[in-house]
Design a protein around this ligand. Structure first.
Ligand SMILES: C[S@@+](CC[C@H](N)C(=O)[O-])C[C@H]1O[C@@H](n2cnc3c(N)ncnc32)[C@H](O)[C@@H]1O
Length: 375
């Protein structure tokens, strides 16, 4: 893949841009296998799961710069000037097609871009997610609620430009800090979730919940976990850091026991209610609750799935797993270094299978999933 922004030096987000894709996957796999070598010998690795090298991102996080007449949507350079990246080649086709129309409509609303140096203006980011069906969730990150009525009044304009817009919301981030979003989210549309259908399961994504970045590879990841669950056929599954329920619902749908007990645990209340609704839609008996997974003492189940943020699950949850002694653990990780650290804290388990999922082509970010069996 070639990228004019990378070639020009105006965007450095894709560290591997220009490296042939097969070479990227090969090197990434080598690197991840090497980091996990003390725990996962070469023979337990399946071939990496790959999607497409471009057009795969389902979400655009666009920093807004420039002026209200001529806003830019992309990133800010070292001097906080806007660099327009609406034509980034990583976006899924539906997102790539929508962004020019959407941003044109947004420009007509006349919102003043936030100026980082002057600490003035209002519109900080535009965050757009596309579902596999091509529908959209559009989120405005504002410094204050002052411009909210203008966005509310502009809803018809946005819908006219893009009939696929399902959810529009405003997030208020009064502070200027690395965290992109604030705590307050105001949904302006009747619908408050985007239906994310992956294979035979429709997940519900609400504005502040996590969703895997690459829908095609996410689907491969969930299918793999489902195959492993189906082969093991556990009577009970506990999905920790479950988000909107991707692993739990696939476990509930996996081959085997009709009476399988499935429970998901997640910190974000919105994600938990999405997972509950998706389970009800599917008619499966999976239960979800809000809790801090890292601090759970009782993690008893036949099989436990963990899919934590980059920091990993940590020593405390590893100790709880060692003592609860599930027969199997599926650990899906976006950072091999913390996965390796956690595996060292799970001495009662050996890696039975492992696979790399190239969720983030053009970068060194990775997703690796391992199936652990009790020794
Ligand atoms: C990498 S995401 C995985 C989400 C989900 N498994 C999926 O496939 O979409 C990690 C999730 O962990 C949640 N999380 C972060 N810290 C947590 C904690 N201490 N306890 C429970 N959930 C947590 C986040 O809100 C996020 O939804």
């Amino acid at each position: 893949m070639q990228c004019p922004h990378f070639d020009r030096g105006s965007c450095g987000s894709c560290a591997l841009m220009g490296v042939p894709y097969a070479e990227q996957v090969h090197d990434l796999a080598d690197d991840v296998v090497m980091q996990l070598r003390p725990f996962a010998p070469p023979e337990v690795w399946d071939a990496p799961f790959v999607g497409t090298e471009s057009g795969f991102r389902n979400k655009a996080k666009l920093a807004v710069g420039g002026s209200s007449r001529e806003p830019t949507f992309g990133i800010l350079d070292a001097r906080f000037r806007g660099v327009d990246l609406r034509d980034c080649g990583l976006y899924e086709p539906a997102l790539a097609e929508a962004l020019p129309l959407l941003t044109e409509a947004v420009a007509q609303l006349g919102l003043v871009p936030f100026d980082v140096s002057a600490r003035s203006g209002e519109l900080k980011y535009l965050i757009v997610t596309a579902s596999p069906a091509g529908e959209l969730m559009v989120r405005f990150v504002l410094r204050s609620p002052g411009q909210l009525p203008r966005i509310r009044e502009g809803l018809d304009l946005l819908r006219a430009a893009l009939p696929g817009v399902r959810v529009v919301s405003v997030n208020i981030q009064p502070e200027h800090k690395a965290v992109l979003e604030g705590e307050e989210e105001i949904v302006l549309t009747e619908e408050d979730f985007l239906a994310m259908r992956l294979d035979d399961i429709t997940l519900r994504l609400r504005p502040r919940s996590f969703f895997q970045t690459n829908s095609v590879v996410a689907s491969g990841l969930y299918r793999q976990a489902r195959d492993w669950v189906g082969a093991i056929d556990p009577a009970s599954v506990l999905d920790l850091y479950c988000g909107v329920g991707g692993f739990a619902l696939n476990a509930a749908m996996a081959k085997g026991a009709h009476q399988r007990r499935v429970e998901g645990v997640e910190l974000a209340p919105d994600a938990v209610s999405s997972a509950r609704d998706a389970a009800a839609d599917l008619g499966v008996a999976a239960h979800f609750r809000v809790a801090d997974a890292s601090a759970l003492e009782d993690v008893a189940a036949d099989l436990v799935v963990v899919n934590p943020p980059r920091r990993g699950i940590g020593a405390r949850l590893c100790a709880a797993l060692e003592s609860a002694a599930p027969g199997h653990i599926i650990y899906s990780s976006c950072k091999a270094a913390t996965l390796a650290r956690d595996l060292a804290d799970l001495p009662a388990y050996r890696v039975e299978r492992s696979r790399l999922f190239d969720m983030f082509p053009q970068t060194r970010h990775h997703e690796a999933m391992v199936l652990l069996a009790r020794r």
